[in-house]
Design a protein around this ligand. Structure first.
Ligand code: NAD
Ligand code: TYD
Length: 348
């Protein structure tokens, strides 16, 4: 049996990647390595936790000894690395947490992989999952390609950029067989409600204000999370060693237009009067250093690996809202306790 470690598998994107691999590759043991921070939730994987090719290990990637022990014990052939601190606003408040997990944690994983694969790199692969935010901000025109220079602005994107550089350095210096993906903003089921879309879904359900930073003209390229998981699967198995692949939705929305579309769909689904949810939109103080626009040129992964998004944004958003409306217990669980303190501080 092949063995694959997926880090951050209890988080939003990681849980979709774990599910996809567990169900699609029954002859591969999928080891979900996650420390279960506020963003990690084993409820996300309830439906597959009994599968015989799935194993969960609670471990912190900043703990180099524990990571090495796990790697020595299980001898994985592949790593797909998603564990990270992932929220820009939290990185502005606590940058060091991001350095520890995203930079130090990544280097610990690289060291452990290098150590257990020291006899041969044949058939091995370290897939680092990164973000388009490492490329900085675009103006009204243009797209990020795989050749775009790194220019991160937030502590989050600076920590991800740093981890990307370490991954490439391990390939150049030690020959570690790496591959990388840089993806745009994801949305979908299990998205933690600190990020724009699930936060607004939660607030619309509860008739609370929808906080839009600045003038709402900031633009993001949104991709349905299951399409990201499919892209990771394709790149992990068929991508060219040492290369990176940009992944995006060909789907740019200004925040204000996106939230208006969300309000429209939610009014229909909740049986509210047209325009009822839009009244909740509230412009609030801008995020410091807010990147104006992200947009991905995903032509390489499309051309070389035949990947493309499987749903339109309207369809993906509708599926996402339906998931949240049918999983309000999940939403209530993750928004009780510590979330209330975070929300209070962030939006006071
Ligand atoms: P998330 O915050 O939902 O989940 C992160 C997971 O990592 C959680 O399960 C958490 O418990 C785990 N984790 C955090 N610190 C850890 C540590 N020290 N040791 C072990 N586990 C730890 O994040 P996400 O949105 O699912 O993002 C996953 C990855 O994809 C990240 O690397 C992120 O940078 C990248 N990414 C995210 C997006 C997006 O839109 N969310 C877009 C592109 C790339
Ligand atoms: P977010 O979901 O935090 O993702 P990222 O910062 O990684 O792109 O934010 C998406 C966009 O929405 C971004 O331009 C910031 C904005 N935003 C708001 O306007 N209000 C909010 O409450 C949040 C969380 C984000």
């Amino acid at each position: 049996m092949n063995k694959l470690v997926i880090t951050g598998g209890a988080g939003f994107i990681g849980s979709h990647v774990v599910r996809q691999f567990v169900l699609k590759y029954p002859d591969t043991l999928i080891i979900n390595l996650d420390s279960l921070t506020y963003a990690g939730n084993l409820e996300n994987l309830k439906d597959i936790e009994e599968e015989t090719n799935y194993k969960f290990i609670k471990a912190d990637i900043t703990d180099s000894k524990h990571i090495l022990d796990i790697f020595e014990e299980f001898q994985p052939d592949g790593i797909i690395h998603l564990a990270a601190e992932s929220h820009v606003d939290r990185s502005i408040t606590n940058p060091l947490d991001f350095v520890m997990t995203n930079v130090v944690g990544t280097v610990n994983l690289l060291n452990a992989a290098k150590h257990i694969w020291k006899d041969s790199f044949e058939g091995k692969r370290f897939h680092h999952v990164s973000t388009d935010e490492v490329f900085g901000a675009l103006g009204e025109e243009g797209f990020f390609t795989e050749e775009t220079n790194y220019d991160p602005h937030s502590p989050y994107s600076a920590s991800k950029a740093s981890s990307d550089h370490f991954v490439r350095a391990y390939a150049d210096t030690y020959g570690l067989p790496i591959i990388m993906t840089n993806c745009s903003n994801n949305y979908g089921p299990n998205h933690f409600p600190e990020k724009l879309i699930p936060l607004c879904i939660h607030n619309i359900i509860n008739n609370k204000p929808l906080p839009i930073y600045g003038d709402g003209k900031y633009t993001r390229d949104w991709l349905f999370v299951i399409d990201h998981a499919k892209a990771i699967d394709l790149v992990f198995h068929n991508g060219n060693q040492g290369e990176s692949y940009n992944v995006g939705g060909f789907n740019e929305w200004k925040n204000i237009d996106l939230i208006k579309e969300l309000c429209k769909q939610m009014d229909e689904k909740l049986g509210r009067k047209t325009g009822a949810s839009e009244k909740l939109i509230t412009f609030v103080k801008d995020r410091p250093g807010h990147d104006l626009r992200y947009a991905i040129d995903a032509s390489k992964i499309n051309r070389e690996l035949g990947w493309e998004p499987s749903v339109t944004f309207e369809e993906g958003l509708s599926k996402t809202i339906d998931w949240f409306l049918s999983n309000q217990k999940w939403l209530n669980n993750v928004t009780s306790g510590e979330y209330q303190n975070y929300y209070e501080k962030q939006y006071k």
